[in-house]
Design a protein around this ligand. Structure first.
Ligand SMILES: [Zn+2]
Length: 287
């Protein structure tokens, strides 16, 4: 594992820890509200927890964005030097890549914040309804929202048939509601479900790796290097492995090597940790 890979892994773990902290906090807030729902107070607490997390996420970004990219830039400088490319006069690749990465990470994390807020407010609404249902001890007919009402109805039916106590019914409904927040289907990306922790870890892994590729491409342009070599990560998938050590041309004008198109540019899929490295005809000849 390279120094950069270790640093990326450390950063993924730390953002995941920040968000699993938020999840625990939100679940605690919602749990405390089950007995006596007070929607406004609960949402105020949830929003405060999200604001605190946003501050921590910004501090994380201040560390995560420059660090690995600066390391990559230094690593590239050594490679370009070995390959015989001369450093360009004006350099903006690093700054521009950092700005774009910050924008994307902020977007993805805001999406998570919105999702948490939506889930919490749905939870508050349903917990109010749950109180009434449990009190009346009967099913209610109401338009289904994402299957949650149907689940409540089903529980109330079972409760009536099997003579559950009100406490038992309330506990089942509570478990169901908390499962919604804590579960692994919090956010769906490309048809795959993620819990909040895995989502933020995946976003960090994917985006930080992608920024490394972006920086490499931008610096190749600055140095005037046209050829790159695909380097599959240690635990790469079959598709990525099939591209390993392939040579591509950035301009697409090379007589031998094909253009580096989007479908062969890492990240090829979420969690892709593959890379491209600058090379040259001379380097290819002696590899
Ligand atoms: Zn890959």
């Amino acid at each position: 594992m390279t120094k950069i890979e270790r640093e990326l892994e450390r950063l993924q773990t730390s953002i995941a820890a920040i968000y699993s902290g938020l999840k625990i906090e939100v679940v605690k807030i919602l749990e405390s509200d089950l007995a006596n729902p007070r929607p406004t107070a609960v949402m105020r607490s949830v929003n405060a927890a999200i604001d605190r997390t946003r501050t921590r996420a910004r501090a994380w970004m201040d560390e995560a964005i420059p660090g690995p990219l600066q390391m990559k830039s230094r690593e590239l400088a050594v490679k370009f030097n070995v390959l015989g490319f001369r450093p360009p006069g004006k350099r903006t690749a690093l700054i521009k890549t950092q700005e774009k990465l910050r924008e994307r990470l902020s977007d993805y994390l805001e999406k998570a914040h919105t999702r948490i807020r939506d889930s919490a407010s749905r939870f508050v609404m349903l917990s109010q309804r749950m109180k009434r249902t449990a009190a009346k001890f009967q099913a209610f007919a109401i338009e289904d929202v994402e299957g949650a009402y149907a689940k409540f109805e089903e529980l109330a039916d079972i409760a009536a048939r099997e003579m559950w106590s009100r406490v038992r019914l309330q506990k089942s409904m509570k478990d169901f509601l908390l499962g919604e927040i804590e579960g692994d289907n919090f956010i769906t990306v490309n048809g795959r479900n993620y819990g909040i922790r895995d989502y933020t870890e995946m976003v960090a892994r994917t985006e930080l790796a992608e920024a490394q590729t972006e920086l490499t491409l931008a610096e190749c342009k600055e140095y005037g290097a046209d050829l790159v070599e695909f380097s599959a990560s240690a635990n790469a998938c079959e598709e990525c492995l099939s591209y390993n050590e392939n040579i591509y041309s950035l301009s697409g004008n090379h007589p031998v090597y094909p253009e580096l198109t989007d479908d062969v540019t890492p990240g090829i899929h979420p969690n892709c940790a593959c890379a491209i490295n600058p090379t040259s005809e001379e380097a290819i000849e002696f590899r």
